[in-house]
Design a protein around this ligand. Structure first.
Ligand code: ZN
Length: 273
């Protein structure tokens, strides 16, 4: 099953993708839907042609957004680093999220806007001090995240937050795909293209900490709730890791995809303000 949050006249609605239609399911967004343990029993509402749908971030207002730093085995080893014993965690605020087809406004205050395709995980049930098996059962589904990073801001200080939570900078979507459709994202291709050139390509089987491992680890710190979002880390091939370094420019299109989960396609535009 695929779920999405769409924009209608002046409101958001959670929908289920049903063939070439989006069917409203009686909630304002996917996070609100998942908070109801019996959401699968809700009656169908209005139907909309999928082709014309305007997608919001699949979970527009998670109570928490956790991100993992280096987490792809081949990328860590190629960088000459040791595999980490604990995941590197950082956070974003909900205001940082962007729709999967929205324009990406390149902030005038940054010269180094970079891409990071990632497997996104949406939590579907409360999780506190969970085992990996319990965490796996609490995953509602998977999505695509582009953890757009302003490298000049990220590396000004030891904490990365400033470069990771710019307003309306992190595309998420287009859908949440339930675990049964993608074998819990065990071995999916992740890919990022800029203007059609492949910049990142790897497989989720190379993740050091699996989605369930990461969710279980976070749950030792703080409760995860339905609709919370985890970005599981990016493989090699980011702009800042190239020689010479390359960053996004107005007019470019960045396309991030995960096999079976769809893609985010965001056109980069100049900051008017
Ligand atoms: Zn990232």
């Amino acid at each position: 099953m695929k779920l999405a949050t769409i924009r209608l006249d002046g409101r958001h609605a959670a929908v289920r993708v049903d063939g070439d239609e989006a069917v409203e399911v009686g909630a304002a967004d996917v996070g609100e839907l998942l908070a109801d343990p019996s959401w699968r029993d809700r009656p169908d509402g209005s139907r909309h042609p999928l082709a014309g749908v305007d997608y919001a971030p699949v979970v527009p207002r998670p109570s928490k957004i956790f991100c993992v730093g280096l987490n792809y085995r081949d990328h860590i080893l190629e960088m000459g680093r040791e595999l980490p014993t604990h995941p590197t965690l950082f956070a974003k605020f909900a205001d940082a999220l962007l729709g999967p087809a929205d324009d990406l406004v390149l902030p005038s205050v940054s010269e180094q806007v970079d891409w990071e395709v990632e497997l996104g995980v949406v939590i579907g049930a409360p999780l506190r001090r969970a085992s990996a098996a319990q965490a796996r059962d609490a995953i509602a589904g998977y999505t695509v995240v582009n953890d757009i990073s302003m490298r000049d801001w990220q590396w000004r200080t030891a904490q990365w937050l400033a470069g990771k939570t710019f307003e309306a900078s992190t595309p998420v979507g287009p859908w949440l795909v339930t675990p049964d459709e993608v074998d819990h994202a065990a071995d999916l291709e992740v890919r990022c293209e800029v203007d059609g050139v492949v910049m990142q390509r790897d497989r989720t089987s190379e993740l050091v900490a699996s989605p369930a491992d990461v969710a279980a680890y976070i749950s030792q710190i703080v409760a995860l709730r339905p609709g919370d979002l985890i970005a599981t880390g990016t493989p090699g091939g980011v702009g800042a890791g190239r020689d010479p370094k390359v960053f996004l420019a107005p007019g470019q299109t960045v396309r991030t995809s995960v096999e079976g989960l769809g893609e985010c396609v965001n056109h980069c535009v100049k900051d008017a303000g």
